[in-house]
Design a protein around this ligand. Structure first.
Ligand SMILES: C[S@@+](CC[C@H](N)C(=O)[O-])C[C@H]1O[C@@H](n2cnc3c(N)ncnc32)[C@H](O)[C@@H]1O
Length: 165
């Protein structure tokens, strides 16, 4: 069984991008998502941990500070990344500063010993993480099959409103 198909997944995710959207692509690899969107994206910025992929920002979300990246009306795309993040709630809270809309995917497959710590959550966990971190789920659908889902989310509250600070 093929667990995931990157081009097919990007194509499915791209239908949630509207013409003229500004996109911040977290774990965006070499930025191939922009081409998949076939000219719909206005401003595009990639963050990835691998310098060799030549992203706009080299950041390891497990160890590095989250840079301040300011993009107006930004759609945050996080495809095939959450599986690699050690503390998903912290990550989801940190990325609230980047934009009000989040397109997230998660691959839920039975535990694979050779994949180590990856792919360890169930969808109910992801829903809980989103709620805990202040993202409201607006839509959910499978990508190729129900092993991998797309979560379309919006900020529940603006940063600082939730705790009154
Ligand atoms: C499975 S690929 C997904 C690539 C692409 N987003 C897509 O749509 O298929 C995971 C990407 O996340 C990056 N990545 C993995 N762990 C990361 C981390 N801790 N911080 C930043 N990027 C990470 C990898 O370098 C890789 O490019």
């Amino acid at each position: 069984m093929k667990a995931s198909n990157w081009p097919k997944r990007a194509e499915r995710v791209s239908k949630f991008i509207k013409r003229g959207d500004n996109v911040l692509d977290l774990g965006g690899n070499n930025g191939f998502f922009k081409e998949t969107c076939q000219g719909k994206i206005n401003k595009y910025c990639v963050v990835d941990m691998c310098p060799g992929l030549n992203p706009d920002y080299v950041v390891d979300f497990n160890t590095d500070p989250y840079p301040d990246i300011v993009i107006d009306n930004c759609v945050v795309v996080c495809v095939g990344l959450l599986e690699y993040i050690n503390d998903p709630v912290r990550f989801l809270k940190e990325i609230r500063k980047y934009g009000e809309k989040l397109i997230l995917t998660y691959l839920q497959i039975p535990f694979q010993p050779e994949w180590g710590r990856f792919h360890r959550y169930k969808y109910v966990d992801i829903l809980k993480f989103l709620e805990e971190s202040g993202w409201e789920l607006k839509h959910i659908e499978p990508i190729i099959n129900s092993l991998e889902l797309i979560f379309i989310c919006e900020l529940t509250t603006k940063e600082g409103e939730k705790d009154g600070s």
